[in-house]
Design a protein around this ligand. Structure first.
Ligand code: 3H9
Length: 691
């Protein structure tokens, strides 16, 4: 039973009880409709309180039903809401906790609403590539005004009931409480039992401010949602609420909702939603393995990475000890952190008090002995095995028993690092992405001996600090950087074949990548890859040379930081301007190598880049480095700017079909000796999918 019916005095209480989030699946919708009918038919009932579970009124439609017959099976959510709204007895919604999507739409169908002030109210459908489909775009503007509704529906971010209550002229809530919301709703139900006609949201007119601030918000929403189709549709529907009759707006909303639900973007975004949640589970860890307590964290290294990692923990209110080897490096690191916070204060993202509170949680030190009471130590020292080994040897001496020892290495062998300690079960990788205080992705690298509770703790810590954690096995580059290497190789191959950096970047960005490979390289610094290449050339003289990239670095064109890289930059500027120097460099390379120049369609450029990711992803999956294909998608969306609305590289490959990807790769590689990954070949032969 996902709904419960009871009567107290002359008020019926209809409670939605469908854990974990009170999703409004078919059975629940039926339960609400039946409960309502029963209350309306009963001569012992004067009013109805509709409520959920403590902490969850309802998170909306059951997304897992989308695409199945149950989504549209009667009664639809729209039918249930219409029945509430047209009920001949007052319906009071009693809201506590999450009230999202269809859950809010349901509450808007009630005649009265009472909520706890901390309840989270929102229409987040755009995050799933949808618009609200049960009247949200038409009813919300009638109670909070068109501008706030446009922001909430097109941006998707929830607000607290208190924030909404404080808006001028809002008519969303009749009462806000901090205590027992059901008792308050029952009280109101008794008071309004005889009121007729009953107030209906649909009968209100839409207010709007149309201020410069509101217009700026809309403009920001449009910019931020580049490539996403739903936000613009949502804005248009909210606009309609003020200009067309209610029923017409509702019909238009329903049509748009169904089109979007059956479209590619929503399928991809729903995949991303479930993929992020699946990534939190590790199948072979003992169920209910308890996490260790983490109250104090230490970070080794106050460079860009260490500082960013420290800031992430400080932001979550966790005590951090930061260790450096010299006073100058420590001071430099602290200055950089303070400057970073200062910039946030200037942009209004942090208060001056907030800045001081964060810095007060930080203990800088030069002495490893000061981290002896830390529960978790994250090493972010120089990326070199000897350095890592000596840090971990020292950590093994000073860290308390049971402390977790993590390395932020992006490439090195965690097992080799763990082996220098007497407690390899306590060691794992926690690979943050730069800038660590901004980027969402956290690769949690499980060594051969990492114990289950250490893994579980690292995942829980990741969630606590707001990161999207994905478990990876040990290999060079783990999931993300190993795939990135293939992506870069594909970009370099395109360059060698005659495509320009601007053409490659433009195709990638048009596809939806946050940044094309060459703009990205200029931002990250071309010297980093060069240093790695030089080391490889020295270790193995047979390593193929990346002539153009090497020549670029030999000219000192390291990217934005030197004002020149694959592009030119105005002093201090970020705008990438195609460079005559690079053009000349490419021309002389092509002349020397007799390149048969050809032009590349944007489609082919994208396929070359993305299929390379898929091929490496398939190997990673086959080797068990990633637990599931959707984990790879999460890595690429959260850490590498892959367009979320395409669902990640593996999901994208599934939409193309493995056989198509394989034949594309064969064509692009020609006779260069490339062998397809066995998994890709299997799927192509069987017509199977990664996800
Ligand atoms: C909609 O309402 C359309 C309507 O306008 C029109 C209809 C006609 N459905 O996130 P968590 C699962 S669209 C099915 O880990 P938290 C989730 O997969 C909907 N399942 O918990 C997970 O499962 P598992 C608009 C759902 O506490 C478990 O519940 N609403 C749904 O961190 C726990 O979730 C939204 O977009 C769902 N709606 O966060 C809200 N929601 O344990 C989407 C969750 O097997 N949901 N699950 O991995 C959320 O934002 C968060 O889940 C929430 C809780 C904030 C509610």
């Amino acid at each position: 039973m996902s709904t419960h019916y009871s009567v107290t005095g002359r008020t019926a209480i209809l409670r939605i009880d469908n854990p974990p989030v009170n999703g409004l699946g078919h059975a629940t919708r039926k339960g609400i409709a039946q409960g309502l009918r029963r209350a309306l038919d009963s001569t012992d009932v004067d009013a109805i309180v509709l409520t959920g579970r403590e902490g969850s009124f309802s998170a909306g439609a059951d997304i897992s039903e989308f695409g199945t017959a149950r989504t549209t099976a009667a009664p639809s959510l729209g039918d249930v809401i219409a029945a509430l709204e047209d009920a001949g007895k007052p319906v009071v919604a009693a809201i506590d906790g999450t009230c999202l999507g269809g859950g809010l739409e349901l509450a808007l169908g009630a005649h009265y609403r009472v909520a706890t002030s901390s309840s989270r109210i929102g229409l987040p459908e755009v995050h799933l590539g949808l618009v609200p489909g049960a009247g949200g775009t038409q009813r919300l503007p009638r109670v909070v005004g068109a501008d706030v509704a446009a922001d909430m529906i097109s941006g998707g971010a929830p607000r607290t009931a208190r924030e909404l209550e404080d808006l001028p002229g809002q008519r969303l809530f009749d009462r806000l409480v901090d205590g027992d919301v059901i008792a308050a709703a029952m009280e109101l139900a008794v008071e309004v039992a005889a009121v007729r006609p009953l107030p209906r949201v649909r009968d209100l007119s839409v207010g709007r401010d149309d201020t410069a601030a509101a217009r700026a918000t809309h403009e920001r929403l449009r910019r931020r949602s580049r490539g996403f189709v739903a936000p613009a549709e949502a804005l248009a529907l909210v606009e309609k609420a003020g200009t067309t009759p209610f029923e017409e707006g509702l019909a238009e909303e329903r049509k748009t909702f169904l089109e979007l639900m059956n479209g590619e973007q929503s399928a991809a975004l729903r995949h991303a939603f479930f993929a992020e949640r699946a990534a939190r589970k590790v199948p072979d860890v003992r169920p209910k393995t308890p996490a260790r307590t983490v109250d104090k964290v230490a970070v080794i290294g106050a460079g860009t990475m260490g500082g960013g990692i420290a800031m992430t923990f400080l932001g979550a209110g966790i005590l951090v000890t930061i260790v450096e080897s010299s006073r100058e490096a420590l001071d430099r690191g602290l200055d950089a952190m303070r400057r970073n916070y200062q910039r946030q204060v200037e942009r209004g993202k942090l208060t001056a008090d907030g800045l001081e509170q964060r810095m007060a949680l930080l203990t800088p030190t030069l002495d490893y002995a000061d981290l002896s009471d830390s529960d978790l130590v994250i090493e972010a020292a120089f990326e070199d095995m000897d350095v890592k080994r000596s840090v971990f040897t020292r950590l093994d001496e000073v860290a308390k028993p049971g402390a977790i020892l993590a390395s932020n290495t992006s490439t090195l062998d965690i097992d080799a690092i763990a082996a220098v300690t007497g407690r390899p079960g306590d060691v794992l990788g926690m690979h943050f992405f730069s800038p660590a205080n901004v980027m969402k992705l956290l690769e949690i690298v499980r060594g051969a001996k990492t114990s289950d509770d250490v893994l579980v703790t690292a995942m829980a810590v990741g969630q606590r600090i707001g990161k999207t954690g994905v478990v990876a096995g040990v290999c060079d580059g783990f999931i993300g950087n190993r795939m990135l290497a293939r992506y870069r190789d594909a970009a370099t191959a395109l360059l060698h074949a005659g495509a320009t950096p601007a053409a490659i970047d433009s195709a990638a960005e048009h596809f939806g990548f946050a940044m094309g490979p060459f703009r990205m390289a200029d931002l990250a610094g071309n010297d980093i890859g060069w240093a790695i290449r030089k080391r490889r050339y020295a270790q193995d003289p047979g390593t193929p040379r990346e002539e153009i990239s090497d020549a670029l670095c030999e000219m000192g064109r390291f990217g934005q930081k030197t004002g020149a890289g694959w592009y030119d930059y105005a002093p201090g500027g970020r705008e990438a301007i195609p460079s005559p120097v690079v053009e000349e460099l490419l021309a002389s390379f092509h002349a020397e190598h007799g390149t048969k120049l050809r032009t590349f369609e944007a489609d082919e450029i994208v396929q070359r880049l993305v299929f390379a990711l898929v091929d490496e992803g398939a190997r990673i999956l086959d080797e068990g480095i990633a637990l599931r294909a959707s984990d790879i998608d999460v890595v690429y969306i959260a850490g590498y700017g892959f367009p979320r609305y395409r669902g990640g590289p593996m999901f994208y490959a599934d939409t193309m079909g493995a056989a198509h990807v394989l034949s594309g790769l064969r064509r692009f590689h020609g006779d260069d000796g490339w062998e397809p990954s066995p998994l890709l070949m299997r799927l192509a032969a069987e017509g199977g999918t990664f996800n």
